[in-house]
Design a protein around this ligand. Structure first.
Ligand code: EPU
Length: 333
């Protein structure tokens, strides 16, 4: 038995039967017989999952690190990073070397492998925009399979690895295609406002300045997983029909929203706040006071405590807005 307390950012003291960190593809290959016979789960930093119960199986973690430049042309550089690299170390390293594109994704807790599975996103940028290839280990055949970006089916917080191929392919390396010239993505309104508030001219902002600003914004809104247990955004922002949005707008003229091709995205955090949950708790679990999309472990919460508050929040949102919100966090039962 092995405690997972330090392997999930929620800080849930769940147990697993066995835990293995492998450092090479050969080592992963040697685990194949066990993967075929035992229940297993691959984790990154455990920043997007909730252990609802103990896990009667093997937990795998990648210790494949390393970072190499594969090539470049006039505009782009291709970099290959091991899945086990800390995501933010990778972002910092890219910026230091003059490889641009990932600045807005600074400080997201997690690892490089998970970035390609989750299609992590923040402040108008998603990892999938910059991914070129994803190298994986096929747990059915024991062979390496390289997915081209187009095969990964990237969409909001989603990829083929989360759906059709869930539990089959283990990401070993990710190849990112980054830009050699810095062209900041400042589409996300709050970022330009923050730049102005910091007296930084959006026309001349540097990549390091943008990274530092994103870090400040995240720190001001989201709990530091080393201090307060959470999994970042707990729910996915729902997309509703234009008709549904119009009817809500009559009641809430200031409703924040983003218009998409397939409907209108409403921030779940706004609805949760309107339901009066921001800063409220239920036993040892709470809704974070600075960002209602985040559920926090106030100390000693179990996975079931988190599920209880999640259900209560969902039910209130359903009752008030007639909208179903779904956890983004992966429940491990
Ligand atoms: N809002 C409220 N009350 C709240 C929270 C949000 O009214 O308590 C409103 C804000 O005022 C704003 C809107 O909702 O008008 C959106 O809020 P915010 O910019 O904080 O973003 P979000 O939609 O709540 C998403 C991501 C975050 C990411 C931010 C910034 C998802 C599920 N979450 O949150 O991702 O950092 O945008 O891009 O899409 C994560 O995945 O862990 C994460 C933190």
């Amino acid at each position: 038995m092995y405690s997972l307390l330090h392997h999930n950012t929620f800080g849930i003291d769940a147990w697993c039967r066995d835990f293995k960190e492998y450092v090479s593809i050969d080592e992963l290959h040697s685990l194949l017989p066990e993967l075929k016979t035992s229940r297993w789960l691959h984790i990154g930093r455990g920043s997007n999952l909730l252990f609802v119960n103990d896990f009667d199986g093997l937990i795998l973690h990648s210790g494949i690190t390393g970072f190499e430049e594969l090539g470049r042309d006039e505009q782009y550089v291709w970099v290959r990073a091991g899945a086990g690299n800390e995501w933010d170390d990778f972002v910092a390293c890219c910026i230091d070397k003059g490889y641009f594109g990932l600045e807005n994704l600074s400080l997201i807790p997690g690892e490089v492998g998970a970035s390609a599975v989750q299609n992590i996103g923040a402040y108008g940028v998603e990892a999938g925009q910059y991914i070129d290839k994803v190298e994986t280990f096929d747990t059915e055949t024991g062979k390496i399979r390289v997915f081209e970006k187009a095969e990964c089916q990237y969409a909001y917080r989603s990829s083929i690895f989360k759906h059709e191929y869930k539990g089959r392919y283990i990401v070993t390396h990710v190849v990112y295609r980054l830009s050699l010239t810095f062209s900041p993505d400042l589409e996300y309104g709050a970022i330009v406002r923050e730049l102005q508030a910091h007296d930084i001219n959006p026309q001349t902002v540097t990549a390091k300045q943008l990274r530092n600003l994103i870090i400040d914004v995240r720190k001001s809104k989201l709990p530091d997983p080393d201090e307060i247990g959470s999994a970042g955004s707990f729910f996915v922002n729902p997309v509703v029909s234009v008709e549904k949005f119009e009817s809500l707008k009559k009641i809430y003229p200031d409703i924040p929203h983003y218009t998409l091709d397939n409907g209108v995205k409403i921030p779940a955090g706004w609805m949760i706040e309107k339901c009066g949950w921001k800063g409220r708790s239920l036993g040892p679990a709470g809704v974070y006071g600075k960002q209602a999309l985040v559920i926090v472990n106030l100390g000693g919460a179990t996975g079931e405590d988190i599920v209880r508050i999640s259900d209560a929040v969902r039910s209130d949102v359903r009752e008030k807005f007639d909208i179903e919100i779904y956890p983004e966090v992966n429940f491990i039962v």
